[in-house]
Design a protein around this ligand. Structure first.
Ligand SMILES: NC(=O)c1ccc[n+]([C@@H]2O[C@H](COP(=O)([O-])OP(=O)(O)OC[C@H]3O[C@@H](n4cnc5c(N)ncnc54)[C@H](O)[C@@H]3O)[C@@H](O)[C@H]2O)c1
Length: 384
């Protein structure tokens, strides 16, 4: 079968990482690259034997690609994806799908009309421990979700935010941790626990010198009455990723990349046991046991690209379908909006209200100087 020809748009840290594995794939190849910084486009073209463009329209019209992988800063994901769908090209968008919801709605409409394959780069969904956790939730092992605790911090220095002019600004990045690092976490929250219906959020900048937030947290409510707490930050080191899903049949914990399950004694229902027990001090909970994750067949970003190629060839369902990517954007926008209003926000988020908030944040930051800093280490974190 012919290789799927990819155009990579945005040849910075992440675009280059995509090009490196694409160049070695059996069923795909990078045939075109694009960056608005001409030197970057030319260098990537020479390195990966692909035709270089500085305008994505020219790449899309070149006839050289079947699919594009968009690795530009966030605001450009929806317009570039729409241009690709209108030309009948398949799309993988880097996370997040977008910053505000109105352009993402249009992106999803264009994808649907085109009938093309559309993926979003949520590579953690492909990890063995996440696939196993999802299976245990979907097959009823965990039972109806009662409560969720999710601590999902990471770390970025001031130098990170100053390493590129677009980072750390409302006008060019659209937010901080909630739009750049945390989308991986909120996507998993949605993927494993479903979409919350209400969010009470709080966010702010605690220790960095940036316009945007370096920490955020939220109280969540799901349609079935389940509740949860979620916290994320880029100002914590060392980090700990911890999710505890309290189900009616037991408690599932994801500690880093390890999975643990405490099954209720004799498979009891937490609700039934609690309401019907004759013991005053007894409890239904069993002991935590480590759960063997599924094997990581293919790790990282390559897993999503490989899966998308298989979907284009009609050989697989998508691991991270593009239209599911909007759920993460909804959660981030709900936290921002709720934090600004000081009140809970229901999902789906009011598009006009959110657009107004973003305009206000951009306006308030106008005139603020952005420092840039040359950093000694480039590239991207290969996100876990
Ligand atoms: N999935 C992951 O684990 C992961 C990790 C890191 C970054 N990302 C995502 O990848 C994207 C890029 O991040 P990065 O760290 O590589 O940024 P970067 O600044 O290193 O690279 C972005 C590149 O896009 C180019 N660009 C900007 N606008 C363009 C346009 N309209 N057309 C063509 N090129 C354009 C820039 O010149 C730059 O070279 C972001 O969405 C980010 O969130 C994802």
């Amino acid at each position: 079968m012919a290789k799927i020809r990819f155009g990579v748009i945005g040849c910075g840290g992440m675009g280059t990482a995509h090009l490196e594995y694409l160049a070695k794939m059996r069923n795909a190849a990078p045939t075109a690259v694009c960056d608005i910084i001409e030197d970057r486009a030319v260098e990537a073209g020479e390195t990966f034997d692909a035709k270089a463009f500085v305008d994505h329209h020219d790449l899309l019209d070149s006839g050289l690609v079947d699919a594009v992988l968009i690795a530009t800063p966030h605001y450009d994901h929806p317009p570039i994806a729409i241009d690709a769908f209108e030309r009948g090209l398949h799309v993988i968008s880097e996370k997040p799908l977008g910053v505000t919801l109105s352009p993402v709605d249009k992106m999803l409409d264009a994808a649907k009309k085109s009938g093309c394959v559309f993926s979003v780069m949520y590579q953690n969904r492909a990890r063995g421990h996440i696939r196993k956790a999802k299976k245990m939730i979907d097959d009823g092992t965990v039972g109806e979700i009662i409560r969720v605790y999710y601590l999902a911090p990471c770390y970025r220095s001031q130098a990170y935010w100053e390493s590129d002019p677009w980072r750390g600004r409302w006008a060019t990045e659209g937010g901080g941790v909630l739009v750049n690092q945390a989308p991986h976490y909120t996507d998993l929250l949605y993927h494993l626990c479903g979409q919350p219906s209400e969010v009470l959020g709080r966010w702010g900048c605690r220790i960095h010198n940036i316009e945007v937030e370096d920490q955020a947290e939220a109280l969540l409510t799901w349609p079935n009455g389940a509740t949860g707490y979620y916290a994320t930050a880029v100002n914590e080191s060392p980090t700990l990723s911890y999710m505890r899903i309290v189900g009616d049949r037991g408690i599932l914990e994801i500690r880093g990349r390890d999975l643990f399950f405490a099954r209720n004694k004799e498979g009891a229902s937490l609700r039934d046991w609690t309401l019907n027990a004759t013991s005053k001090w007894g409890s239904p909970g069993g002991d935590f046991e480590e759960v063997e994750p599924y094997k990581d067949r293919m790790a990282g970003h390559k897993a999503i690209t490989h899966n998308t190629v298989k979907a284009i060839n009609g050989e697989a369902d998508l691991i991270a379908p593009g239209d599911e990517g909007i759920n993460q954007v909804e959660i981030s926008c709900a936290i921002f909006l709720s934090g600004d209003k000081g009140k809970p926000v229901t999902l789906p988020v009011d598009r006009d209200e959110y657009d107004k908030l973003m305009k206000k944040l951009i306006r308030q930051a106008e005139g603020r100087k952005k420092k840039t800093r040359k950093v000694k280490d480039g590239g991207v974190e290969l996100f876990e």
